[in-house]
Design a protein. Structure first.
Length: 172
């Protein structure tokens, strides 16, 4: 676990479901990139956790005891040849808790957790328009591995899907 100031990063628990559902709704905005996801998240009261997204795939950040962020870590494929890789498939911080280093704490805790489990590589995908997130990932050691050019049409313009990764295995 990582503690800094009043922030604590810990494994998610099933009892976090309601708080994470609210967080997901608050963190997504139509301006964030995917209006269709925003509409789905805000229009449904579906549980946060499910068969494809169990609590053990998540770390949460608490600020003064309240859940304010999460990271979802999942295998990018079900292929055994790809089992050494994990992927960030969700990272969110409540708007009221942003700019406090919570995203960095979640990523740092994720890398440490994966290192302890013997994972070799952590990948992620980020919109090229999300320059703040890209800067954060670069600061933490993620490198660009490629881009899917014009992969999305968002608010009338094409946006690249940037592929980034960091090696997390113990260094010899």
């Amino acid at each position: 676990m990582i503690e800094e100031k009043q922030v604590r990063v810990r494994p998610a628990r099933l009892t976090d479901d309601t708080a994470l559902t609210r967080l997901e709704s608050a963190a997504w905005s139509a301006e964030a990139g995917f209006p269709s996801v925003f509409e789905r998240v805000t229009a449904t009261n579906a549980p946060f956790f499910g068969a494809d997204n169990p609590p053990d795939a998540h770390l949460v950040a608490e600020l003064n005891g309240s859940v304010v962020g999460y990271i979802r870590l999942k295998a990018p494929t079900r292929l055994p040849e790809n089992a050494h890789v994990m992927q960030v498939q969700g990272l969110a911080v409540h708007p009221s808790a942003r700019r406090r280093g919570i995203g960095a704490m979640l990523l740092t805790a994720a890398v440490q957790r994966l290192r302890e489990r013997g994972t070799r590589k952590l990948t992620l995908r980020v919109l090229s328009s999300n320059t703040a997130a890209i800067a954060l990932y670069e600061r933490l050691g993620f490198v660009h591995e490629g881009a899917l050019r014009d992969e999305f049409m968002i608010n009338g313009r094409y946006v690249d899907d940037v592929l980034m990764a960091i090696f997390v295995e113990p260094q010899a």
